[in-house]
Every structure is written in C-alpha cells, then in structure tokens.
Design a binder for this molecule. Sequence first.
Ligand code: ZN
Length: 499
Amino acid sequence: MNTSEKLSAFYARLEELYRLRCVTGLLNWDQQVFMPPQASDFRAAQLESMGRLIHQRETENQFVDLVQGLFDQLETLNDDDKVNVLETHRAVERARKLPESFVAEQSKVCALSYSAWCVARPANDFKSVAPHLTKIVELARQEADLVGYAEHPYDALLDQYEPYARLSQIKPVLTRLGEKLSRLYPRIQEKIGVVAELHGEFAEEQQRRLCERIARDVGYDFERGRLDKTHHPFESSLGPRDVRITTRYSSSNYLSTVFTTLHETGHALYELGLPERHKGTPLGSAVSLGVHESQSRLWENIVGRSPQFSRYLHGLLGEIFPDEQKRTNAEQIWQQCNKVAPSLIRVEADEVTYSLHVVVRLVLEEQLISGALSVSELPGAWDQMYQRYLGISSPHHKDGVLQDVHWYGGMLGYFPTYALGNIYAGCIYEKALSDLPGLEHGFERGEFRPLLEWLRVQVHQHGMRHKPLTLVERICGHAVNEAPFLKYLADKFGCEQHD
Ligand code: ZN
C-alpha cells in the first residue's frame, strides 16, 4: 500500500470505531434515561458485546500494523494526519502493552469492587470493601509498570484522563491552590455572612422550560441535542450532530437544577464546537477531561454565578415563576447561588472549597500508588487531610472515604482533572476578559454569544491538536498556574489575598 492508501484504510477504521462507540453511547444514554428496569440484564449483555467488538476492531493486528507503519513515517505526513496518527498510535500502544489476561482480571476486580461499594457505602462499612480496594491499587501499580512511565507510576494512570500531564507538573500547582484556598475560604465565608434560604415549590415542567431557555440562550442547539431527566446528570456525545444533556429536578430548589443543567451544557458546547470535518479522529475529539471540565465550570460558575447572570435569571423568572420573581431580587439570587462553607461531600461543595476536596484525594492517591499509604490506613489519613484543608471531618465513612465511586470502580488518577478544570477555566477566562473587555455586562441581557464564539476559536476547534497544558498556555500566554483562578475568586467576593 502507498501512503494515501494506508491513510484511507486508517481513516476508514477510525470512522467505523467512532460509529460503534456512538452506538455504545446510545445504549448507555438510553439505560440512564428511558430504559425499563427489567431490561437491565439484556442491556448489560449488549454493552458487553459492543465492548468486545470495539476492542477487537481496535487491536486487530492488521490495524495495529497499519498505525505502526504510518507512525514510522510520521515526518512525511501533513500536520493533520500527523496528529491523528500520533494520538491513535499512543492509544494503540497503551492497549497493546496490557495483556488480555490482565485486562480481563482488572475488569472483573473492578466490577466486584463496584458491587461491594454499592452495598458498603449505605452500610458505612469500609472494612468490607477494603480488600477490593487493595486489589485495585495493586492492579493499578501493575498497570503503571506495564504501560511504563518517565517519572512516577501515577503518571501512567493520570495519562488516561489528562494526556501527557505529569504528577511533577500538576501536584505543585494543586497543592499550592489547596494551601491558598484553605486560607481564602474562611475570609469569603465571613464576608458573605448568613444567606436567606430559598423557599417554595417549583414545578418540574416550569423548571424544564427555564433550563431549556437558558441552554438555548448560552448557545446550545436543540436541533443537535436534547435535554432529558436522569438521576446522575451527564452529557453524552452520540454523533457529530447529536450531543445530549441530562439534568435532575429538585422541587424545592430550582437553582440547583439550573446550575446542574448549565454544567452539562458547558460540556455539550465543547463537544458541539469540535470540528465536524474531523469527527471520529483525534482532531475532532476533546483533548482531556481537565479541559472538558474547564468548559463546564466556566459556564456553570464563572458565568452562571456572576452578578450579571443573576440579573438575567431574575428577569427570566417573570415568564416562568412570576411569584418567585416578586419574592426575590437579583442580589438575593446571587447570594443563594454563592454560599461558601466547608462541607464533607465533594459533589455538593461550592465553587471556592470544591478544589480542596480534590487536593485531598490527589495526595492520598499518590501515596496509595507509591506504597507510602496502605488501604487500611486510608480512612485515618482521609480524616486528617479533611481537618487540614477544610477544618472538618466526617463521623461516618459513608460521607468520608466511601463517598465517591471512582477508587472503588478502578478510576485512580481521575480526580485531579476536576480541579485542573477550575485552574484552566481561571486562565482561559482571564484571557477572554482581556480580549473582550466588558464581556460580562452582556450576560445581564442574555448575550453569551461573544464568549462562546471566542471559546470556539481558542479552545474547541483545536480538538487534540495540542497537548492539554500547551493548549491552555497558548491561550493565556503563560505557564498554567493557580493565580488567575484565585484572583477571580478574591475579586468576585471582594477579599484580598494575603500570602
Ligand atoms: Zn463535569
């Protein structure tokens, strides 16, 4: 085969894999949105078959050789093909280094551990999942050895979620963020004082209308997406013109629904902004979970929790919840969506203290992987870290070390991406404000397009063309660090930072 024949075979296989992954996505989406309960066994079997089919098609010798052949002649390819071959080669190499027997063992251990966690968390029973977690940590260490790493075994795990990132780059930034936030949040908390609780009953149908209106205003396209209801909201990309979002409704707190929806809308805007001509290839794919999270958090927190957005939202209430509009005002809405206080549960944490939950997990994960901490010592270490960063600790494991599914489902190295999302969003938004001065004033009038258009050019259209850290550095013009995010918080709440 000559190069152009090789490339067309390569792209044909990527297209096929993309279609198969979208089918899997659709099965998953339906499982969480519409599927009747008794269909779950057959759906699990369908998903298993799809998983096996995809794995076969992506690890088939012929395809692996094709990718390797193109990789060996990388310098002869044009820029677009280079990126697509390089990133596909990286993924294929990683998969090739993990023997089938290891992958089978790992998925069995993770499935058992997940089931054990589902029982253990409500029962507050860490001891019963500890042996499962011990095995997971062991396998994660083996995985790191098998795939290889330059500096720290943790890098090999992190790489699955934040490609190319190294512990030595992100840990100093995240721990500095942790130290500074733990000094900043008490001052913000004091400044805000006591906030009036939100009262009332908010009908689901009206909340749905409100969320659809907001999603549409920020630029989500209902011709290429839809909004449905689920237990654990998520965004799902099912094709080049099919990017769906889900939300959950709280009858007593419409604000919580609004922010959940805005978060998922942020993810969807990124997916919809990826270049359609490159769909199914690395150039048409999101670059990392950290950058994905920067987009959701930028819309949810930096835009959604701004005073200008509160005024816009107060205006919308007139059409949808007229009684609530009379009861409240924009200032009060701003206060209600900007409460700051240390808390035990990560997913319920506010914008300021959220990253502290992540720093705790990163430090503990690193120690588990390096062997400095054993699983039996984990609950004690968890409590100590919560005391240190948030000044509180949980009397129960279910709200402590058992609260997140990640470790028990085998996802070690995932957590940092949540806080990286905040850090990236701080860097990106600082540049957006300097490029588009006064940008935030448009939010009050529901004008979000200038920001979306800017993000499309700066972030979305690049796909995986640059490494995640490089992408953010190219945008903000300096090394990625915590300062812009901290400055944004300090300015927003009118607190000076003392270091
Ligand atoms: Zn998210």
